[in-house]
Design a binder for this molecule. Sequence first.
Ligand code: GLY
Length: 413
Amino acid sequence: MRRIVLIFSFVICHVAHCAAQAIDVDKELNYCHRQVTKALQALQPYDFTMMPRNILSDDGKRTKTWNCRKAVAEEWCSGFWPGILWMDYETVKATKTKGDKSGASISADSLRRVAEGYTDVLKPLAYRPVFDHDLGFIIINSFLKGYEQTHSEAYRRIALAAADTLATLYNPKVGTLLSWPRHVKDYQGHNTIMDNMINLELLFWAAANGGCPLLKDIAVSHAVTTMRHHFRPDGSCYHVAVYDTLSGQFLRGLTHQGYADWSMWSRGQSWAIYGYTMVYRYTRDPFFLDFAQKVTDIYLKRLRETSDDWVPLWDMDTSDDSKFKDASAACVVASALLELCQYVDGEKQAAYRSAAIKMLVDLSSDKYQSRGKNVSFLMHSTGHRPAGSEIDASIVYADYYYIEALLRLKAQQ
Ligand code: GLY
């Protein structure tokens, strides 16, 4: 009898272990490397001033390769492509892939040179007057990812300069960074969008790496003010919060890219999950850890209620008949949960880790991976549904957070 119980326990443990390991991370990272290699072949001769942005489902003949946008322009996505290259470089360097003469796989050395090319072109953005809050996204994804790999002093200095430039958007009366200076008139006030939580990482990083310590205070103030006004009681967020520029008073919450002012725009909520988890990383204040869990728990609850898999609809409340998915939101959340699960324990840790793995399993299926269809990693992201742009598309930021999540999972194995 004792033997039967032991065998039974072994089977249960084995099944649980297999479920947790249902993704072969090395296989998926190799897949990413093959897609990067194909993309780089298509981008030659390299023009570092043009950054991959999307591959649209109705691109016709061009569906196989990236549509690019000017890197140093009013473009928020310029950092993602260099970031992908730095993360692929990390993978290839670790596996000591030499590349092969057939061109089927680019070598680590070549990859590094291309990553440097696409990163270095962004340098002027650190020193010119800031266009908007997305400067954080751009520099974190390019120079900070590059700094992790190279410890380049030049990259550190550029990132520090960019943090000072980003901080010029701070309004002390409100307590947050202004997201879109160009929309102050439209919104009749200081606007802060949930996406802006991600940019705080540049300020935290700078304060911890030789920059002005006040940058951390600004980031904390932004996170606290956002927590106070940008969320509904259940932990779901507005996309945009508008404040009186002079008095700092909160005026209203509304949407820009979501279905409705009251709805849960999936990527907006994903920025909140990633953002508050990152704020906890830099502050170790349990106040932020509790909040990161609150914004995560409502996302996971709504996801299970509204989606047939672990990839959300573009908005959890959409009545859109076409029910477009947003793979990019799933990638951001998967990456965030793999960090958040390390800060909690017991059932919470298991639940977050398991949810992240299930997201990655779905994203790595033939339903979402682009494979032979185009050179990106993933399909089925939605950029800006209300504006009718980048719907059901491959978008560069989905790929960025997908490979980041895979690397985080690999580091934990
Ligand atoms: N930060 C813009 C977006 O998430 O689409």
